[in-house]
Design a protein around this ligand. Sequence first.
Ligand SMILES: [Zn+2]
Length: 479
Amino acid sequence: MKSTIRLVWILIVVAMLPASSRAQEGEKKGEKGFRAGAAASNITPRLGRKIVGNFTQPPATHVHDELQVRCLVLDDGATRLAFAICDSVGIDRSVFDAAKRLVQSETGIPIDNQLMAATHTHSGVSWNGKDDGDPEYAGFLSRRIADGIRRAINNLEPAELAIGRAEEAGQVFNRRWFLTPETKLLSPFGEIDKVKMNPGVGNQALLKPAGPTDPEISFLAFRALDGRHLALLANYSLHYVGGVPTGEISADYFAVFANLMEEKLNAKDKARPFVGIMTNGTSGDVNNINFRQAGPRVKPYEKMNQVATLVADRVYSALQKASFKSNIKLGAQWKEIILQARQPDAERVQWAKRTLAKPDDAPKDHPLERFYAQRALNLHDGPSQAAIALQAFRIGEVGITAIPFEVFAEIGLELKKQSPIQPCFNISLANGSGGYLPTPSQHELGGYETWMGTNKVEKEASVKITNTLLDLLNRLNSK
Ligand SMILES: [Zn+2]
């Protein structure tokens, strides 16, 4: 009897060995050479939670595809970096900060070396720091992000990196337009805008877009020394695609791209999972709608598949020409800056109070006047300043910046042009979610993204953020 028990114990211990030795292998620090590890954790909320991304927020009644946090950990023997990209429309800084503290205390990766961002799927949920009926989701989310990073650490192994770029100009459209002079564009505050967001496909009044698009697709491909693909992190400046029926949760084209890369790289069914990641570039004013010409009618989810297929094809063919290198050095820089919060003046506060006091059935000067009156009062009652976390990373030859806003394309193009580290790309909605980030000259034009409440920080914010990020990139470059 005793020997049977001992045998059972031996069997249990032997069965446990691969798991624990994997964790130990992943944990090894100070090991020479470049290593990479990746993992994805499910962050799908319960049904009934509100789907955000539009003015109406229907409760979730179905999950089309699970939401994930896709994690990547890199180690060069001296520096360890962690990236966690969440299928979410935007995540409050408090949730990311809680996740970062968990990661730091449980793994030792410094907070400054962690980048966490949302993809901006509009058929997901967000966490805006307020209790919207599901207070547990914030805690669940930070826990799952931290677990994903721990799992990626467990999967660390010697690796090589290939970097590359491609272009897909046919799927990005600037959504802010100048219209013919007779078109009167009224803001919810009763001011005259010079441009209109989403002016309508085939609108006869279209003149020209108010800003550029960034057609670049940047990518980092990580491969084990035996040739197995471990992870691929890409970046494209497209808001999202959509085409999701009401009430359905979906990670949008970001996840379709990730799955397609797994297929194309023949990376399925491996003991260590391949993790594809699509990050959101600078797409605050860029979407997938061709306003000049209506496309054919498509079924739900069809368009996101088309876009993801095109983008994945571009990345795959660029990857065939890229070369893998193993001597990769890593770096991270972090700085917090204080921005003034946008606040209504006394006149606008009075307007907001008057507007909200109107009976529900009273005639409206603008369909969204109540909504923006409330937003203006929220800013009035809120903090007068915002602490903004900015980051820059170096992964081998590549520079990456992280910005906690929905960043206009021209800001990203400027950073790419001026970066001392080339190539360079930008990840938006990172380390927080602070609304839209237009440039001062786009503020002059007005339009949805500049309205007080959709935009929450001072009008000079993009200049301060760009200068700080270039400073961080310079610091990385001089090391
Ligand atoms: Zn958006």
